[in-house]
Design a protein. Sequence first.
Length: 173
Amino acid sequence: MDERFAELFRRQLASGFEDVRGAEASITLPVSERLLNEVIARSIPRSAPVRELHVKPEAGDRFLVRARIGSSPLFPPISLTLSIDRQPEFPASPVLVLRLQMSGLLSLAGPALRFMNALPPGIRVERLRVYVDLPTLLETRHLASYLDYVKELRVNTVDGTVVLSIRAAVSES
């Protein structure tokens, strides 16, 4: 990007986009499985016990998550299914909630799920739910200020793709 335009954008962001007050935008952004996993891979700290992690979006607002913990071949990969339980609500509750679908054998494998403790800031697991706190998650990437403009965000899935529907606006006041 041309540095002059980047500087112009930074100034507008710092001013709350004062020169485009009243602007509204809606976008439907399909994110491929490949791009989703590239972003995830870059987000996992090297110190994390997770050696492999792959997320496959499936139809019906579900994700198949496959993870390998540690380098020992004694631990087979773990497969989990997550379904979208609650969409984020802006500005009151900008948290995406996923529900962990556990089969009988996996429910006995609690210690093997310790990789959940290595999740980045903004993602936490409580019982059978995964909470994705968008402001906290984006703050670590210095992107949280963009959420001030988000009025609505929906996360849905089809086979191989996460579909983000975003409505944003710059208030007139």
